[in-house]
Each structure stands twice: as structure tokens, then as C-alpha cells.
Design a protein around this ligand. Sequence first.
Ligand code: PLP
Length: 426
Amino acid sequence: MTSPVWHPFFQHGLEEAIPLVSRAEGALLHLADGGTLIDGISSWWVTTHGHCHPRIAAAIAAQAGQLDQLVFAGYTHEPAEQVARGLIDLAPHSTDCDPLAHVFFSDSGSTAVEVALKMALGYWHNRALDGLADPRHRILVLQHSYHGDTIGAMSVGERGVYNAAWTPLLFDVGTIPFPYHGQEKETLDALETACAQNPAAFIVEPLILGAGGMLIYSPAVLQEMAAICARHDVLFIVDEVMTGWGRTGTLFSCEQAGVVPDIMAVAKGITGGAIPLAATLATSRIFDAHRSTDRSRLFYHSSSYTANAIACAAAVANLAIWREEDVLGRIATLSKGMAERLAQLGEDPAFTNPRQLGVIAAIDLIAADAGYLSDLGPRLRAFFLEQGILLRPLGNTIYLMPPYCLDVDQLDRIFAALSKAGDIFG
Ligand code: PLP
């Protein structure tokens, strides 16, 4: 029987295997046909502590029987209040910067980014209404970025074959070149020049660009980017959707640069990956620009499921895990195991450019036809599936983003499959 399901980022017509997954625990997916897969990418970078974590599952079950969903426009519930307070406590802090003090909920990384962009433009709009500033509209972005697939999020992401059909819907942005090693000065000079034109905001993925190819840059560059924005009063937005929740070795990536943004988007691991939730954090100056008796200033944004109580309860459980368990210790151990094996794989002539940040490891397969439109990615996916591993290479870039509970045996099996892929496809 053919399925009516239309899959995301999946080439119907080219790819065939669509495994039916019936159960999951830790880093393992159990297939309906009795097989298993090791989840090498935390099911799209979200299941940080592993699948079906008992504390998160229990919190969801309890909340589902108590309060499921509540209109959030002017009503609230304890799980949302607890998550908001927890996020503010855990968010990056610095004595030199205004703290992130307000939390707006949404339900995916893309919507958290949309909210961030709307907050930034709303801030300048309302400041202009008060006669305190000229309106500012332009957004600066980093080359090769990915911020999601809704219209605004696509607008601030890299343009290419994957969004060409929707060009008429996308707004114009200023693109700053990526700070490749040795080219950091060009990036910072370009940002300084662009900031002098009074844009509204600059949005970045801190320290590593994910879907753009697992491209890493230094904390010093991130710090300098933040300083340039501060000098020109350009709002600094960090997208911690992928990098947050320990993925880069610290709870949030911008901690490594000592940077506190004006606006920060988080999602994915906020619930430990069990259920959709996202949040956009902002400083008081952003919030205060929308706080007014004048009805034209309110933040006109919502969605039906804003701060869904079941999702918030899952996030409360995730925050408790972070507070009470040695998650960073687990991450450090896994990161070390990945580094040792990646160094070995880097010796294999089939591969080049091994790189790692926290528990993200990537390496490029040397292959003749490796572009985005080549079928190398789908063929690699099918190969890994046969090996019992869930991986989704980006073209010729093979990356791992495993759940933090991955054990040594599972890690060895993944690296054995990578090595085999080098023999076959390299
Ligand atoms: N921002 C970044 C940096 C991401 O990596 C992603 C997704 O991978 C998103 C935003 C979009 O998140 P979502 O897929 O939850 O909409």
C-alpha cells in the first residue's frame, strides 16, 4: 500500500527506504520489522539525553492528565512560569551586559527565529514611534547560515537550490562573509562597514554553522562580532537552536565567547527533544519598547499552541535533569571518545577536514560528485541505514550529533560504518 505521507527534506522519487519505527530508548530506534538503528543525529539534533527519557516521559504523562493546553494571551500556568524562570537563570550572563530577562514561547526553531526577527524590527519600529530613533529594517546575516524553513527564517538563511522556488517571498538581507580560518579580518571589517549603515540586527549561529556544512569559527570572532554590533547599537541575535543544550560542550554556545546577546532563540533540546517547544529570550530594552498603554505597540505575534502546558512540563523536566545530573560531564566523556575516533578517521585518505565542537563531529568525504544536487547524500543515507545507523550527511559532509547517552560500543559501530563508507564511496 502506498503511503499518503509527504516527508520533509526527503526526495520522493529518488530515495526509497522509509523505515517504520515503532519504539525508541536511549540512542536506539527499534524498527517495526524487528531491526534496530543507532540514532547518530539525535533525531534531527533534538533528543539530547536520549529517546524516551523516563523523567521527561513521566512529566509529560502527568501534565497531560492535569492541564493540557491553555490560551496563552493573558493566561498562564506553572510549567510555563517555571521554564521561563529556568531559562533566565541558565541564559548567558555578564556584568557588562543587560541580561536576557523576558521569554516568549513558540513551537519550533524556525518560529523562535521568526519571533526574534519580529522583536528586533518591532523594537526599532516602536522606538521610531517614540521619536527616539530612525526606523531600522535591514537584517545582517552570516554567509552559509541556516535558521529554518519558514519565510523569515529562510530569508536570513543561505540562498540556494533549496529555497529558489520561494525567492519572491524572501526579503533582502545584508550578507557578511563567513570567517574562514585566516579570513576573520575580512568578516569583521565587512560587519563593521555594514553596521555603520544602521541595520536593525545581525543574526548568527554561534561558533558553528550547522546545516550550512558544520563550519566552525572561533569564540574570539563571535566576541568581536558582538562588540561591533554593540558599538553601532545593532541588535545582536544568536540562534542557539542547534548549538544550545550542551551540543557544543557548554550549555549555550555563546558562553564560550562570554557574549550576552540582545535576543536569543532556543528550541530542539529544550524539552530533551520529546515534544515541540521553543523560546525567544530578550533583554528588557526589547520588552520595554513593546510595553505601553498604546495598543499599536503590542507584540502582534501568537500561535494556538504558544507555551503548550504539556511541552512546558517536558521542558521543566529537562531543566531539572540539567540542574541535578552531570550532563556536561557526560558530554565531555562522549566528546573525548568522538575526538579519538575522528582523529583516526582523519588519517583515512578517503576523508578530509575532520572537525569537532563539543559533541558535533564532521568530516568531508573526498568524492568526485559531492555537490548539493548530487545523489551522494541519499546514497550515503541508504548505506548507513543498511549498517544499522541513522545518519543524514549534508552532501559529502558526514556529521555526528548523537544523544549524550551514546555508549562506547555504539560509537565504535558508527565509526566502523564511517570507515566502510570511505572504502566504498571515497
Ligand atoms: N536554527 C538553526 C540553527 C537550526 O539548525 C534549525 C534546524 O535545524 C532551525 C533554526 C530551525 O529549527 P526547526 O527545524 O525546529 O524549525
